[in-house]
Design a protein. Structure first.
Length: 233
C-alpha cells in the first residue's frame, strides 16, 4: 500500500512527498514511516527541505509526518516548504535562510533563546526552551517551543507552545493575529467558529496581547498587570 499512497520525489535540495488524498490518515502515517524506513540508506543523513503535495495538511499533521520521517531515517528536515514554492531554487533559499538562522540569528541564553528576523511562509523555528522573536511571524510560518513564545512584532503564522504537554505555557505578541495557536494539547484556529476549544478573543484595539489556557479554552487578552497576575507564569 505504501508504494501507492506515498511517492517520494527528490532533487538536490529537498524532497517532495506526494500523499494519496483518499488513504485513511492512520494508514497513511504508517505508509510514510515504511516508505522512509525502506529508503533510509538511499537518502543518508543529508539536510533537506521538505514539501507535502497531493493532500491538504494541517499544521499538526505536517509536524506529525515530519516527526515520523525523522524517526524512520537519518534525514535532517531543515524546513517545510509551501507546496506553491516547491522548486529546487525555493528549497535552496529556504535551507540557506534556516542555516543562517542557526549560525548567526539564533542566540542561546541560559533559560531561553532569541531569534532576530522575520519568519516567512514555509519556515519552521523549533526550540527546546522559551523563545523571544525579534521580528514578525508571517502567515505560513511556524514556531514550536516546549516553553513560551514572545513575538516582538506581528504574529500571523502558527505557533505551538508547551510542546511537551505543558498547558501553563503562553504566547505573547505586540500584534496578535495568528492562523492557529496550540498550547499543550489545546488547539484553536482564529477563523474556526466550529471549534469547541476556539479562541475566545475580545474585540480590542491592536495592543500587545497574551494567549493562555483557562478551563480548556485558549483566551487572547490585552497584556495588563491584572492578566499577568492571574496567569501562572
Amino acid at each position: 500500500m505504501s508504494s501507492q499512497s506515498v511517492v517520494i520525489k527528490s532533487n538536490r535540495q529537498g524532497l517532495i512527498v506526494v500523499l494519496d488524498e483518499k488513504t485513511d490518515w492512520e494508514n497513511l502515517k504508517k505508509d510514510v514511516g515504511e516508505k522512509f524506513r525502506t529508503s533510509a540508506k538511499f537518502f543518508g543523513n543529508a539536510q533537506m527541505a521538505l514539501c507535502f503535495q497531493g493532500r491538504k495538511l494541517s499544521f499538526e499533521e505536517e509536524l506529525e509526518l515530519s516527526d515520523i520521517i525523522s524517526a524512520n531515517c537519518q534525514i535532517q528536515v531543515v524546513c517545510i516548504v509551501d507546496e506553491n514554492e516547491a522548486t529546487e531554487a525555493a528549497m535552496q533559499k529556504a535551507i540557506e535562510r534556516q542555516m543562517q538562522q542557526e549560525s548567526g540569528d539564533l542566540m542561546n541564553l541560559q533559560d531561553g533563546r532569541f531569534y532576530k528576523g522575520t519568519l516567512r511562509s514555509g519556515q519552521v523555528l523549533e526550540s527546546e526552551t522559551s523563545i523571544v522573536i525579534l521580528g514578525d511571524v508571517n502567515p505560513g510560518a511556524r514556531v514550536v517551543s516546549k516553553g513560551n513564545v514572545i513575538v516582538l512584532g506581528t504574529l500571523k503564522g502558527n505557533v505551538y507552545v508547551g510542546a511537551s504537554g505543558n498547558e501553563s505555557a503562553f504566547v505573547a505578541a505586540l500584534s496578535m493575529d495568528p492562523m492557529q495557536i496550540r498550547i499543550g494539547d489545546v488547539i484553536a484556529r482564529s477563523a474556526d467558529s466550529q471549534q469547541t476549544r476556539g479562541l475566545r478573543r475580545k474585540k480590542q484595539e491592536d495592543t500587545p496581547k497574551i494567549a493562555f489556557v483557562e478551563e480548556g479554552n485558549i483566551y487572547i487578552e490585552p497584556i495588563t498587570k491584572e492578566v499577568l497576575n492571574d496567569i501562572n507564569l
